[in-house]
Design a protein around this ligand. Structure first.
Ligand code: SF4
Length: 729
């Protein structure tokens, strides 16, 4: 149909934290989307990557859950049907699995509906919701508040994240509520809070246009934040120097003025070496340090032990390159750093981010255009879900649950007593389930920890050990196989809500289609459960929830449902009617109690599991351009799955040759925790002795291999480093 006959509905891309504005062109006669196009907005300027442009058809998949399901009694042991994740059939696509051939029941590698569904029976909403409320209440009564936990989702809207954490806190009296930020940037947020008093970015990615120098580190933005990456490349064409620091030679390396391929897990040593040289050359900003920071002397004592020669030994980067980075950064008039999960997903993730904060602040590179700190957020609403309080140590807007005055304010607002203790994180909840007196009942909204969390074997044990698990999702995920009750939810296309991107931009997503079958909006389901456990909730719409949130969140002050406009607004924002909001934070003071940036020195520590004779390669896990996290959406998208249909291990040519492996050959990858089978991709982007596996593929689940050691501050797992062996089959 010509565009004029289609209805245009404005929304936000559901994938990465860039949150591109897009318009869906909807054919109402067919009840379907015809195509998506980018829409002008300061953060995306009409651009979309392949996921935004083509990755929305999963919502119309015949595999959508459309009716509540209850596990049949005397069914198979929970998780037994996930056997293929252990190894059998790994990576083998069934003949009829290709997209377009049989897109109904069995897309490659995903849960086999025919095998799993017979173990559940269809139920009415009333029956399913009554059962959920009754079982969670029983477990709460028997085991106390600590027996209940909830995982919310960074895919849901701000309003849904807010209601979910409110339900767990007020309905079950516990702060055991978290989401995938724990697997993403929790360590960055811990360091930012400690250092500058705010977990959000200090400037936008568009502000790179004002920078003389940019460091992009631990990130592959071309694959993971493609539209932000286009801003970086555009800035370089206008004269901004790019320093790219990463163990992998991702495509950004081809656009970099300086590319530093350091050994994985050596970030602290590298940045301490750079700062040592900056201090030695006198390139620090003494006035900024004196007036706007604390603890510089202690930092300087630590840096004294990291001359470039020592940093070179640890990092594998030659000392002259470390000196060149130091001089280039130190001499810049304005310099900004953007980082990804190569920084955060380590047992030293918080220390890594502390170094970046120190690098910016000792050179006065915060609080002016073209300067600052920006952890590139992963999921499209991980910033908003964190802002809305979907984390165990904070109420909405990062207000501490253990501060008496704050807690009393929330008790007054929510009309009930609240737990004064910090709750358990995602990683701690999994551990707690396996301990006596730990978590016994869980409410899982839109998360798929069976594939996303480290050390799948342990996660399997934990999910199997739960007394009761309710999963609310749009598909039968690997985690839903362990559920007692499955509630059919709605995709972002089927509801209204606000989403906050990596830049702090709060945007409205509008309902495009009706949910399929009996599926309901997530906020409606959360409210249904809240009412059944005795909470007097009477929200009529997401806008009402947004108003309540804003009243409790000083950072969101002045924002209203109806003043966000077609492009959304950045927060903080003194005058949303006339202003897009604040691009550069901390121009006069930091958000810490004393207004100063707190410098925290870090000593380099090696990763927890080093390669040895039996497991000689370092495994790095991550994402591909065409897929998203555990693949439940993108692997059901025709175009995306067709471009990238199989799991591969990326190997350096010499590592492949040493093992006699050829491109496309089937191999086994083993770690101390498990093994998977997949195909070899020979890649000049890998370092010798390192390999890379994306974690999107159930049939070759990378997290069977990963280690569940965590960072002591951010509690984030070490997804970026464990020891493996790759061998021919
Ligand atoms: Fe979506 Fe991110 Fe791509 Fe933008 S860059 S279209 S938000 S996946």
């Amino acid at each position: 149909r010509p565009r004029a006959e289609l209805e245009q509905v404005e929304s936000v891309c559901p994938y990465c934290g860039v949150g591109c504005a897009l318009t869906y062109n909807v054919d109402r006669e067919r009840g379907a989307i015809s195509f998506a196009e980018g829409r002008d907005q300061p953060g995306s300027q009409g651009r979309l990557c392949v996921k935004g442009r083509y990755g929305w058809d999963y919502a119309a998949s015949p595999q959508r859950l459309t009716v509540p399901l209850i596990r049949r009694e005397k069914s198979y042991p929970k998780g037994a049907l996930s056997a293929d994740v252990r190894g059998e059939g790994n990576g083998k696509r069934r003949k009829d699995d290709r997209p377009g051939k049989d897109r109904g029941r069995k897309p490659g590698g995903l849960v086999d509906y025919d095998e799993v569904l017979p173990h559940f029976r269809e139920a009415t909403w009333d029956e399913a919701l009554d059962l959920v409320a009754r079982r969670l209440r029983e477990i709460h009564t028997a085991g106390g508040p600590g027996a209940i936990a909830g995982f919310g989702s960074a895919k849901c809207s701000n309003e849904e994240a807010y209601l979910f954490q409110k339900l767990i806190r007020t309905g079950f009296g516990t702060n055991n509520v978290d989401h995938c930020t724990r697997l993403c940037h929790a360590s960055s947020v811990a360091a930012l809070f400690e250092g500058v008093g705010s977990g959000a970015v200090s400037t936008t990615y568009g502000d790179v246009a004002n920078a003389d120098v940019v460091i992009i580190t631990g990130s592959n933005p071309t694959a993971n934040h493609p539209v932000a990456s286009s801003f970086f490349k555009q800035a370089r064409r206008r004269g901004t120097k790019i320093i790219y620091i990463d163990p992998r030679a991702s495509t950004v390396a081809e656009h970099a003025d300086i590319f530093v391929q350091l050994k994985p897990g050596t970030d602290v040593a590298f940045y301490n070496g750079v700062m040592h040289e900056i201090v030695r050359l006198g390139l620090i900003d003494r006035e900024f340090i004196a007036n706007r920071t604390s603890n510089y002397d202690e930092l300087a004592r630590t840096l004294a032990d990291y001359p470039p020669e020592r940093a070179a030994q640890i990092t594998g980067v030659d000392a002259d390159t470390i000196r060149e980075v130091a001089r280039t950064w130190g001499e810049a008039g304005a310099a900004v750093v953007y980082w990804g999960m190569g920084i955060s997903q380590h047992t030293t993730g918080t220390d890594n981010a502390r170094c970046l904060i120190a690098l910016c602040t000792i050179t006065g590179n915060v609080g002016r255009p073209g300067t600052g700190l920006h952890p590139l957020r992963g999921q499209n609403n991980v910033q908003g879900a964190s802002d809305a309080g979907l984390i165990p140590m904070f109420y909405p807007d990062y207000q501490g649950v253990d501060a008496d005055a704050t807690r009393e304010r929330f008790e007054r607002a929510w009309g009930t007593a609240l737990d004064p203790k910090r709750g358990l994180t995602v990683t701690e909840i999994v551990k707690s389930v396996l301990e006596p007196g730990g978590v016994r009942g869980m409410y899982m909204l839109g998360e798929n920890p069976f594939l996303s969390d480290p050390n799948t074997t342990k996660v399997r044990k934990a999910l199997s050990a739960l007394e009761f698990l309710v999963v609310q999702d749009i598909f039968l995920t690997e985690t839903a196989e362990f559920a007692d009750v499955i509630l059919p939810a709605s995709s972002y296309l089927e509801k209204d809500g606000t989403y906050t991107n990596t830049d702090r931009r709060v945007q409205r997503g509008r309902k495009v289609l009706d949910p399929p079958g009996q599926a309901r909006a997530d906020w409606v389901i959360v409210q249904d459960i809240a009412r059944r456990i005795g909470l007097d909730w009477r929200y009529e719409s997401p806008s009402e929830v947004f108003d309540e949130m804003v009243a409790l969140m000083p950072s969101y002050a002045n924002l209203r449902w109806d003043n966000l406009g077609p492009s959304g607004k950045l927060y903080p924002n003194a005058d949303p009617e006339h202003s897009d909001g604040t691009v550069v934070m901390f121009d006069e003071r930091f958000n810490t109690d004393d207004g100063l940036a707190h410098l925290v020195p870090a000593e380099w520590l090696p990763p927890k599991e080093l390669p040895d004779a039996e497991y000689p390669l370092v495994l790095n896990t991550g994402r591909l351009l065409e897929h998203w996290h555990t693949g439940s959406m993108t692997r059901r998208s025709y175009a995306l799955d067709a471009i990238s249909p199989v799991a591969e291990v990326y190997l350096h040519p010499k590592d492949a040759a040493e093992r006699g492996l050829a491109h496309g050959q089937r191999v086994r990858v083993r770690s101390r925790r498990g093994e998977i089978e997949l195909l070899v991709r020979i890649s000049h982007r890998e370092q010798l002795g390192n390999c890379f596996i994306p974690f999107h593929f159930r049939e070759a689940a990378a997290n069977l291999l990963t280690i569940d050691e965590i960072d002591p501050y951010g509690k984030i797992p070490e997804f970026k480093f464990c020891a493996v062996q790759v061998e021919a089959l």
